[in-house]
Design a protein around this ligand. Structure first.
Ligand SMILES: [Zn+2]
Length: 543
């Protein structure tokens, strides 16, 4: 916080602070590195004097890189120290202040930007050097990946130091990946730096049921840095262009947006036009196209519920899952079919012998944040022979057998009885071994035929007709309003690195999932523990 306060104080030159205030911590640090006990003033004068002749573009080190810098410093030090200290002064001083400016620029540019304000308070020389914009350009690039062209900065009348202090540092807490708190529906927002802007991009699934189509995205807000002004926040919601907004950074890993001109969200045709436009964007259809009455109701409800927020939303930080070389596939985000609810975003992560699918967007049955599927990687399922592939009862029998076995194992583990029932070795042995073998030596690219059993519905008929392997898993189902949730058995079908499916046995329904190919910035979890913690948080918030 102290650093922050000082950083925000780096403004245009206000004269040397050194004379107005006593030593700060950074000054003390500089002093500590000096072996002598000269008063500060003298050292600085000495530094200035010695820097004088060499400070120009052709400083000694530049013209003759092989010259012994130590010797030069000794000379300079001795010459400048002369009048103040007398002949008895130690001859070999090595002061930072005596380094040529271009070397200091090099050193300062390699430090964290948050350390620079303290340096600027050390002395006039440092303050002056810290006006060098290349230092701040490098800080913007290395710390925030922001590299704006000098020409564009110039035409905007903004310096890299402004970009660093007024935009990047000031709004650093909102960069990253976020989930809006919007009832059961959730969402995905990536806040990124783009030139002189910070932009909040909302990512939306493609139109139902085209899971392989790319994500759609639109800006919800932006923060714009302009000449001699602090950054302005604009709401981008609606169809009438940017307008006045507000960003509030609250608790850790949380922030809110507010729109100050919600009249910009309204349409001349009233709510009906707003609904029709929303429907076209979200579903690519008209209400008449959707014959299914239940689906019409769900869509209308979502519109009414979400539009009441008018872009005044609170966001919670989420992370992308950490990946491990042993994972079945690369973890990440997937678009999946959820029946009448349309497409939803699911995050796949690996946890030892289980894989989890966590909802990033949700619906009134199973809300965002909940664990929609859990894959038991110890229990591989062997699909029926080709001629029996279409037989639902055959598949059902196989899955329910594994389901029973898993249930017995869980009871034993929960009971932790000293004398385990004798089925244990028999049931656990083959299942576990098979799964391990399968997972370890998964033949990449080599598939077996796959077709959905007769009677199982899939919104997307274009699912792959070969699969790599199948596992037992459970899916979460609940009544409207997330009432009496329960886990129901199913089959996880791995098609390839980027696609999988889940067959909901009791619902006789199939969900197809396809990887989100978009890349998200500042989205990695700082540690596996932080990721687990995040999953727990978003789950508890929707329970
Ligand atoms: Zn607005």
């Amino acid at each position: 916080m102290a650093v922050c306060a000082r950083l925000c104080g780096v403004g245009p030159a206000r004269g040397c602070r050194r004379r107005q205030q006593r030593r700060g911590p950074a000054e003390a640090a500089v002093a500590d590195s000096e072996p002598d006990t000269d008063p500060e003033e003298e050292r600085i004068e000495a530094g200035a004097a010695s820097a004088g002749p060499g400070a120009g573009p052709g400083a000694g080190a530049d013209t003759d890189p092989d010259a012994d810098p130590g010797a030069e410093r000794v000379e300079a030090g001795a010459a400048s120290a002369g009048p103040g200290v007398g002949p008895a002064a130690p001859p070999a001083r090595c002061s930072l202040l005596e380094l040529p400016p271009e070397l200091l620029v090099e050193i300062f540019a390699s430090l964290p930007g948050t350390d620079l304000p303290s340096l600027a308070q050390v002395c006039t020389k440092f303050r002056r050097i810290l006006h060098t914009d290349t230092i701040w350009r490098r800080r913007c690039r290395e710390e925030y990946g922001a590299c704006e062209s000098p020409r564009r900065l110039e035409s905007a009348g903004v310096s890299c130091r402004d970009v660093y202090t007024q935009l990047l540092h000031r709004y650093r807490h909102i960069l990253g990946l976020w989930q809006p708190d919007i009832g059961p529906y959730g969402g995905l927002l990536n806040v990124v730096v783009d030139g002189l802007f910070i932009i909040g991009w909302m990512y939306l699934p493609p139109h139902d049921p085209h899971v392989d189509d790319p994500m759609r995205f639109k800006p919800l807000f932006r923060i714009h840095l302009m000449e001699r002004r602090s950054a302005t926040v604009e709401c981008m919601y609606g169809h009438k262009g940017p307008h006045n907004g507000h960003v509030q950074i609250g608790k850790k890993d949380e922030f809110s947006t507010k729109c100050n001109q919600t009249d910009h969200h309204r349409m001349s045709g009233g709510r009906q036009e707003e609904f029709r436009t929303w429907l076209k964007e979200e579903w690519g259809r008209t209400l008449e196209d959707i014959f299914h009455e239940h689906m019409q109701e769900l869509i209308l409800m979502k519109f009414i519920y979400t539009s009441q927020y008018d872009n005044c939303l609170t966001y919670r930080r989420i992370y992308l899952p950490p990946s491990h070389p042993d994972d079945l596939i690369k973890p990440g985000l997937f678009k999946g079919t959820y029946g009448s609810h349309g497409l939803e975003l699911v995050m796949v992560s690996f946890h030892g012998q289980y894989a989890r699918g966590t909802k990033i967007t949700g619906d009134p049955n199973i809300p965002a944040g909940q664990q929609t599927v859990e894959i038991d990687l110890r229990h591989r399922i062997q699909l029926p022979d080709a001629e029996n592939l279409c037989n639902f009862n055959e598949l059902s029998r196989i899955v329910l057998e594994v389901h029973e076995q898993v249930r017995r194992e869980q009871q034993q583990e929960a009971g932790d009885s000293p004398a385990p029932p004798r089925e244990q070795p028999a049931t656990r042995g083959p299942g576990g071994a098979a799964a391990q073998d399968g997972a370890a030596s998964a033949p990449a690219g080599q598939g077996q035929p796959f077709v959905l059993p007769v009677g199982v519905s899939s919104r997307n008929e274009k699912y792959p007709r070969t699969c790599r392997m199948c596992f037992y898993g459970t899916g979460l189902i609940a009544g409207h309003g997330f009432t009496s949730p329960e886990r129901t058995p199913g089959v996880f079908v791995l098609f390839d690195e980027n696609r999988f499916g889940f067959l909901w046995l009791e619902l006789k329904s199939f969900s197809l999932y396809s990887r989100v190919q978009a890349t998200f910035r500042n989205a990695d979890a700082p540690s596996p523990q932080a990721f687990e913690e995040m999953l727990k948080n978003i789950q508890s918030l929707s329970s």
